[in-house]
Design a protein around this ligand. Structure first.
Ligand code: CA
Length: 365
């Protein structure tokens, strides 16, 4: 797919090529005067500019808002490090340095541990259930309430689906192989690895390949075949493990500075909201299609061994994950409140999932 090419030569989509100056024409809607300003917003992201899926999704979101608003709200995308570093997106949008950001909420666990639920937690909800919880099960209300305290308005804006377990430079045959393992892995998954005797490292995507190839880290997770192939991770480690127990259906986010959002007229607010919802959906479709293709390509490489994590290792990691979540909940009322909502929804959806998606997955085989 040409437009998904990582190093897309044209920045036209991201820059918002439409330059309509407000509403000076006769087709202005009610309440819109000729004096309405053209708004130029900056969107900072945690991804390299136009990185497949994540960065191109952010670019598509910006282009959609610009197009749907007829150029009244122009959004320009900045890759990680262009305006602010990958992990300063939250602070930049909170402070109003940029009006919008595209990232993942688990990167901000230092602000509130509870935010990790709004991206992914180990052995948690898959992408389909995440959307159910966020849109229909009270999740987005909780997220909005917490972000309000940081001067932000959140929107789900992408989902990677189940991720891969990651790339390892040695096999993981038993839980002992996790001892001393230095691995790039974000969020609660990182804390689980620490309890398993490993050392979790946080690195922006763009630094992963070099760290893995140089042996600074022993292993890394990133996303899945589509994104991992784009970074060339198959050239830096031999063992490619599944499934991504730590990220079973990661939601990406669009955050908007609260003042900037509040001062938008209602129709532009609706455009931002619905454009995010549209990207949330289209990114999931893109990951489904592109992961399948990229995996088939990776399978052709004789230097790569695709392996499932042994069941005892997954059982061990699941137990550690439960321990970590309970421990944080005991000390952090906000985390506990979100956990209770998340678990209640998860419990209810499980009953349905078992006789629908799960039953179908093995039906007639
Ligand atoms: Ca990941």
């Amino acid at each position: 797919m040409e437009r998904r090419t990582f190093l897309r030569s044209s920045g036209a989509l991201a820059a918002g090529a439409v330059a309509v100056s407000g509403c000076a024409q006769t087709d202005c809607g009610p309440g819109e005067g000729a004096s309405e300003p053209t708004r130029n917003w900056k969107m900072v992201t945690s991804w390299p500019q136009n990185f497949p899926g994540l960065g191109s999704g952010a670019a598509d979101l910006a282009a959609a808002i610009t197009e749907m608003s007829g150029g009244r709200l122009n959004v320009k995308v900045y890759g990680a490090g262009d305006l602010v570093p990958a992990f300063e997106v939250f602070d930049a949008v909170s402070a109003g340095t940029a009006e919008m950001g595209h990232s993942g909420a688990y990167y901000w666990k230092g602000k509130s541990q509870a935010l990790q639920f709004f991206s992914a937690i180990p052995f948690g909800l898959n992408g389909q259930a995440m959307n159910g919880w966020l849109y229909e099960g009270g999740g987005l209300e909780l997220w909005t309430e917490i972000y309000d305290g940081f001067n932000l308005v959140p929107f789900p804006a992408g989902n990677s689906g189940v991720q891969m377990g990651g790339w390892f430079n040695k096999p993981i045959d038993t839980v002992d192989d996790l001892q001393g393992l230095k691995m790039r892995i974000p969020g609660l998954g990182g804390e689980v690895l620490r309890r398993a005797g490993g050392t979790p490292v946080t690195l922006p995507g763009a630094e992963i390949f070099t760290a893995l190839e140089a042996g600074t880290i022993d292993a890394t997770e990133w996303v899945g075949p589509y994104n991992d192939r784009a970074f060339g991770l198959y050239q830096a480690a031999r063992y490619y493990y599944y499934p991504g127990w730590h990220e079973p259906g990661t939601t990406l986010e669009c955050m908007v500075n609260k003042q900037a959002y509040n001062e938008l007229p209602a129709d532009l607010q609706a455009i931002v909201r619905h454009a995010c919802r549209s990207i949330n959906d289209s990114m999931a479709a893109e990951f489904t299609a592109q992961n399948a293709y990229a995996l088939s390509e990776i399978r052709k490489d004789p230097s790569v061994e695709l392996r499932p994590f042994p069941e005892p290792v997954l059982k061990y990691l699941r137990q550690l994950s439960l321990d970590v979540v309970e421990e944080i909940a005991a000390a952090d009322p906000q985390f506990k409140r979100v956990l209770d909502s998340y678990l209640a929804f998860g419990e209810q959806v499980r009953g349905w999932s078992e006789i629908s998606e799960q039953a179908y997955a093995g039906a007639g085989r």
